[in-house]
Design a protein around this ligand. Structure first.
Ligand SMILES: N=CN[C@@H](CCC(=O)O)C(=O)O
Ligand SMILES: [Zn+2]
Length: 412
């Protein structure tokens, strides 16, 4: 199958040299082609250029993109999209003044979702999750990471990861799976951390590896959750099974988890709403990327990741949604990009780079996703007619997407 997109007003993120990551200096630039064409053969980008060199359209499906913008699909490197039910009751409780921490302390939060999930069948969980996946695809996401972590039992974690596997098999979107058994301590292990960590290491990890269900390992490294040394133990165990770390850290407190994660060569450290100069120092000269989650900051009213501090230190940054029932019940990357600009003071160029190529890096997908280049996956967003790409974060409440292309197939 061959699809030719013509008369593209602005083709964004054109990087023929196919870089794998963009540091702060590179993030300032968003290479574009004006009045462009793009050719898709099967599921990959086969060519692009300006309209003077547009290839013959005969025998090809032609999409006229006059006035419209084309960009690579969003790469959402941090989600918990597989979950059961929702937490609307806690939403009301927070509106009435309770904090996330208070709700968690009375057995709500992650443990609430875990109870629901363990009472839900694998089929039901798949049906609920696929609705969310289909929605984020329509919102322009073309590569996504999905975590487990609402099972907290061997069966529950396996159930979640099998659902992620089924989603990967049934949809054209790239999906990476992360094992997050260390999301919270189940009530029965509240005073027996070692017992639960042993269960993660000796029971969950071997079963997951036997079915090849995970790409990465994660832990919630936070005061009241997993300490730095507990997190390190879990990372090391994951690495023995070939799972590199992506770590929840510095969401509420800075406890030196970033330094440890960098030492363990984590792929990403995610959240970072609370950041100290030593954390930024630790990230320099590392291959670990910082991932900001602005929808979480918006939804539970916590600080936004100080993106300018990270960029001023020369570091690369990715933006993701954190789609989950408790702190960010939305997988809308368009909104995450807009908040990156409005609340984190990123320029539109920086925010789009953070949500495409750097997001792909945070899933080890930047070879194939996140920019326009020959041979890269044909996962694209086509906007409705716009004056300029800066309208994408500017018109933050509007749906600017006219259609998306996933693995070369046009989805309206
Ligand atoms: N902080 C840890 N995990 C999720 C929230 C989980 C939940 O509340 O269900 C997050 O990234 O914000
Ligand atoms: Zn998260």
């Amino acid at each position: 199958m061959s699809v030719l997109i013509t008369n593209i007003k602005q083709l964004l993120q054109v990087r023929p040299d196919n870089p794998k990551i963009l540091d702060a200096a590179a993030m300032r630039e968003l290479p574009i082609l004006e009045n462009a064409w793009l050719l898709i053969e099967d599921d990959v980008i086969a060519g692009f250029g300006t309209m003077e060199s547009c290839p013959d359209s005969s025998g090809r499906q032609v999409i006229d993109a006059s006035g419209k913008i084309v960009l690579p699909s969003w790469c959402d490197s941090h989600t918990h999209l597989v979950y059961a039910g929702n937490r609307v009751q806690e939403f009301s409780d927070r509106i009435h003044g309770m904090t996330y921490e208070e709700i968690a302390n009375r057995g709500g939060g992650i443990l609430n979702s875990a109870k629901r999930l363990n009472d839900t069948s694998e089929n039901q969980l798949y049906e609920e999750s696929k609705i969310r996946l289909e929605e984020v695809i329509r919102q322009g996401t073309g590569a996504i990471e999905i975590k487990s972590g609402y099972g907290l039992t061997v069966d529950g974690e396996l159930k979640m990861l099998r659902v992620i596997k089924r989603l990967r098999e049934n949809y054209g979107i790239a999906i990476k799976a992360t094992f997050l058994g260390a999301h919270a301590f189940p009530t029965e292990f509240k005073t027996d951390h070692e017992g639960y960590i042993n269960r993660i290491i000796n029971e969950m990890l071997p079963s997951i590896a036997a079915e090849n269900l995970a790409d990465y390992i994660d832990a919630f490294c936070e005061t009241g959750y997993f300490s730095v040394s507990e997190t390190e133990k879990i990372i090391e165990a994951g690495m023995r099974f070939g799972l590199r770390a992506k770590i929840h850290v510095n969401q509420f407190t800075a406890i030196d988890g970033i330094e440890m994660a960098v030492k363990q060569n984590a792929l990403s450290v995610d959240h970072l709403e609370i950041l100290e100069p030593k954390d930024t120092e630790a990230l320099k000269k590392s291959e670990t990327i910082a991932v900001a989650l602005p929808l979480c900051s918006l939804f539970i009213s916590i600080p936004y990741t100080p993106a300018r501090e990270l960029l001023d230190a020369g570091l690369p940054l990715a933006i993701a949604t954190d789609y989950n029932p408790g702190t960010a019940p939305s997988g809308n990357m368009n909104l995450a990009v807009a908040l990156g600009c409005i609340k984190m003071k990123l320029t539109p160029e920086e925010a789009i780079n953070a949500a495409t190529l750097n997001g792909a890096y945070a899933m080890e997908l930047s070879e194939t996703h996140g920019s326009i280049g020959i041979g890269k996956k044909a996962n694209l967003i086509l906007t409705r007619p716009l004056s300029d790409y800066a309208e994408i974060p500017y018109s933050f409440g509007s749906n600017l997407i006219e259609s998306v292309i996933l693995s070369g197939k046009v989805i309206q």
